[in-house]
Ligand binder design. Sequence first.
Ligand SMILES: C[S@@+](CC[C@H](N)C(=O)[O-])C[C@H]1O[C@@H](n2cnc3c(N)ncnc32)[C@H](O)[C@@H]1O
Length: 181
Amino acid sequence: MQINLEAAVISQIDLSRFLPHVPPEYRAPFQGAPGEEHYRLLAHLSTLFNDATLVDIGTDAGCSAMALSHNPRNRVISYDLENRRRSDIQLPNVEFRVRDALHDWQEWIATPLISLDVAHEGDYEAIFYEFLSTSPFNGLLVLDDVYLNEAMKAFWATITHTKFDITAVGHWSGTGLVVFE
Ligand SMILES: C[S@@+](CC[C@H](N)C(=O)[O-])C[C@H]1O[C@@H](n2cnc3c(N)ncnc32)[C@H](O)[C@@H]1O
């Protein structure tokens, strides 16, 4: 699979229809340019697949879930350990779940795309990566904040699958793309 990750292409993504669901303090970052924020990148990646279930781990206010729902032909399951959404976001192709994603893994393991953006302490990331490595998953894993702190840098360094630093079109704090095949 060839993926076009040109900034000029990703910049074209229009996320403005989601703004009514985005908390005011996140509206500028949500529309940030590739290389500054990763929401347009997530939306762009959603266009690579159709009729798929995409997985968002770390819902917070729902911004990454909304970006992943950009392609209406896909369904998004978004997980958080607590409900941190500021409003009752209702989108036809997003389902929010308040529990550990690993609880439901058999339901989504055929997904072509997972976004992982949790507490950035490196521990859950390592557990999740180890789980995927020993599972039938053969899609793309997008990691946010891989250079945010020493724990995340160390975690990123441990990844042995084919991986790409796509920070230039993602989040300034480091965006990693891991390919499972
Ligand atoms: C940085 S925020 C996510 C931001 C969001 N992905 C976005 O881009 O808008 C991290 C979130 O991960 C959640 N979280 C922490 N550990 C988690 C876990 N093991 N599974 C799911 N969510 C988790 C936190 O409650 C928090 O809401």
